[in-house]
Design a protein around this ligand. Structure first.
Ligand code: HEC
Ligand code: HEC
Length: 291
């Protein structure tokens, strides 16, 4: 019946569209960038990090990587605490993106040690055998030009201090990129707050198994641990693992929850069974037959 009264229909339709527009478009303007939205710990980028960010955009890293953890269970489990709007106040332009050929990077800071990043950028396949990310080793050959960076920031109206600009001398584009990677998502202390809960009992289900049983588990080690602890557990980026005398439960905890801010990632995503296999492999395999 309304469709027969055009004026009333137009008024009602306009009203409905207006309400929708106000809720989805106008109100967020009022919510975003208010005091309430600010997060104390979020700091502006340093000159080095900012330069890394510019190179990230120049190289189109954002064509393969997003920078926002959505408030979905699957996203939070995989990447960490979901992104808060206040974390992006210094991002111009923002790099949320929507294409994930590679993983999201919004919570990357502190996940790996610097050395891991240098090697991964140099040759992603050295760290992640099946990676299809291109090599960026040549970034190490490009020196930063502090004058250009100063000029750029003056043009934008956000000059860095002479001290900050001076600190760029002798740094390469690779240094800038790694500094930027380590800053991503690390301004809020989510890692410390997100202690992975271990549920269930901590008895080693594979206690006493033989060398032959453990042999297939080497693959788990090579895929997940070798890049940092070495092919033979001799230690590279992370410490040597041979001869550590942790209790089985402690070892389980280290691998399952990782060492926050120590550069040892959590492997809870492998599930408890695989983590127990790794515990046994790391602790007993090198002892050989009949330990
Ligand atoms: C062609 C797509 C592609 C491009 C371009 C690309 N990456 Fe990646 N990236 C990947 C894939 C796939 C992975 C997952 C495998 C791996 O770790 O190498 C990855 C992983 C990463 C990781 C590890 C993330 C984690 O949590 O383990 C970092 C850091 C990274 N990329 C940074 C960069 C940077 C910086 C650039 C630009 C200089 C870049 N990527 C360009 C595809 C890409
Ligand atoms: C991204 C690099 C990286 C990867 C991958 C990695 N670790 Fe680590 N790991 C480290 C670092 C760095 C430390 C030292 C952390 C600290 O002590 O603060 C460490 C510490 C450890 C420790 C404690 C050693 C000690 O002597 O205190 C154990 C055990 C360990 N890792 C096992 C593993 C296992 C098993 C895997 C594979 C599932 C693995 N790690 C994967 C970087 C890594």
């Amino acid at each position: 019946m309304w469709e027969k009264k055009p004026v009333l229909l137009i008024v009602l339709a306009t009203g409905v569209i207006l309400i929708g527009t106000i809720i989805t478009m106008v109100l967020p303007f009022a919510w975003v960038n208010t005091e309430a939205d600010r997060i104390e710990g979020v700091k502006p980028y340093s000159a080095l990090q900012q330069e890394g960010r510019d190179i990230y955009i120049r190289e189109g890293c954002n064509n393969c990587h997003t920078q926002t953890v959505r408030p979905l269970v699957s996203d939070v489990l995989r990447y960490g605490d979901y992104s808060k709007s206040g974390e992006f106040v210094y991002d111009r332009p923002f790099l949320w993106g929507s294409k994930r050929t590679g993983p999201d990077l919004a919570r990357l800071g502190g996940k790996y040690p610097d050395a891991w990043h240098y090697q991964h950028m140099e040759s992603p396949r050295a760290m992640v055998p099946k990676s299809n990310m291109p090599d960026y080793g040549w970034l190490s050959a490009n020196q930063l030009d502090p004058q250009v960076i100063q000029h750029k920031m003056e043009t934008l109206g956000f000059p860095f201090t002479a001290e900050e600009i001076n600190a760029l001398k002798g740094k390469t584009e690779m240094d800038a990129m790694v500094a930027y990677m380590q800053k991503l998502g690390s301004d809020i202390p989510w890692r410390q707050n997100a202690k992975t809960e271990i549920v269930g009992d901590l008895t080693n289900p594979y206690a006493g198994v033989g060398h032959a049983t453990m042999e297939p588990w080497e693959e788990l080690y090579q895929q997940n641990c070798a890049a940092c602890h070495g092919e033979h557990m001799e230690g590279v980026i992370g410490p040597e693992l041979i001869g550590g005398d942790y209790d089985d439960e402690v070892l389980f905890e280290i691998i399952y929850t990782g060492i926050a801010d120590g550069g040892m990632p959590s492997f809870s995503n492998l599930g408890t069974d695989k983590v127990w296999k790794l515990v046994n492999f790391v602790k007993y395999y090198h002892l050989g037959e009949g330990h």
